[in-house]
Design a protein around this ligand. Structure first.
Ligand SMILES: [Fe+2]
Length: 305
């Protein structure tokens, strides 16, 4: 990618917290516990649909909170509204809304999910399936994604990342492995990777593979951010539930990956809103401290090279 590759100039931020509405008090009371706040912008506004004026109704309480946090910490956008794997044209109003938020909060990078959640219904309306569905790793999908990534990169002046997805079933007869697909996508577009280690762990448990061998196939120099989280087992399946502390196996995976991600900007802990009250602030502080220690060691080692 050369010296002009923006991924190589990513700021080393440290540990991030993924914002959820039940974390509002925690965020205000424990600003020192994290180095950046990651937000899902789409969860902080109401989308009234294409063509509506105004289309996006932003929620004032969240704007007030983000205004306060932005005085102290970087804010990063992690959207879910692009639905990049849906076989349609990119939604220009969504792109403009993300661009508005990137300009307002100066996201140093931003991301979305390598998945789709929007489908056309027989009624003519589009519906949200409420889940990030995996895309087939095929050439046609690669072309579709590359075009949309290009649009995001042209319109939003910050590095754009895509996050590896969780999947609970295998799509048959795919042309490429996940690693081949992501490597071709990042090479072709110059986009970065948001490597969700818990997603890798979930997939490895449910589909029976070794996560280190799996990650050895990735171009890990494209990793700008990593996600860690906890999950739970239900009737033989392990779910990406974001339900509490990170499993020891994911901490071990984080230690293994760290020396292999030279362009890392941060590690973000995710817990869903409904599970945070059960986890509680002390346990969350412990998780953030452990993640901060791991990233600080990595940044110190990188700086010494
Ligand atoms: Fe994630």
């Amino acid at each position: 990618m050369g010296l002009s590759d923006p991924i190589s100039e990513i700021p080393r931020l440290g540990v991030g917290l993924s914002f959820q509405d039940t974390l509002s008090n925690f965020v205000c009371e424990h600003l020192d516990a994290f180095d950046y706040l990651e937000v899902v912008p789409d969860s902080l506004w109401d989308d009234r649909g294409r063509g509506a004026r105004p289309r996006y109704e932003e929620k004032q309480a969240f704007l007030d909170l983000l205004g306060f946090v932005a005085e102290h910490k970087p804010i990063i956008g992690h959207s879910i509204g692009l639905s990049i794997g849906t076989d349609d044209d990119i939604d220009p109003e969504h792109v403009e809304q993300i661009a508005t938020w990137q300009k307002r909060y100066q996201f140093p990078w931003h991301s979305d999910h390598l998945s789709f959640n929007r489908l056309d219904h027989a009624s003519g309306h589009s519906i949200d399936v409420g889940f990030t569905m995996p895309v087939p790793y095929d050439s046609a999908v690669l072309d579709l994604l590359a075009s949309k990534v290009d649009t995001m990169q042209r319109r939003v002046p910050a590095p754009f990342l895509l996050e590896n997805n969780v999947y609970y079933f295998q799509i048959p007869e795919q042309e490429m492995t996940e690693a081949e697909f992501l490597n071709r996508l990042t090479e072709r577009t110059g986009c970065g990777l948001l490597l969700d280690l818990h997603n890798v762990y979930v997939n490895s448990r449910n589909h029976g593979f070794e996560p280190r061998e799996f990650l050895e196939g990735f171009d890990l120099t494209r990793v700008v951010e990593m996600h860690i989280a906890g999950g739970l087992s239900v009737e033989g399946a392990y779910l990406d539930a974001h339900s509490g502390p990170c499993p020891e196996a994911v901490w071990d995976l984080l230690d293994w990956v760290m020396p292999r991600v030279p362009n890392l900007g941060g590690v973000t802990f995710e817990v869903f809103s409904t599970y945070y009250p059960k986890m509680g602030p002390e346990r969350l502080l412990e998780e953030l401290a452990r993640a901060r220690e791991a990233t600080a060691d990595h940044f110190a080692a990188t700086a010494a090279c």
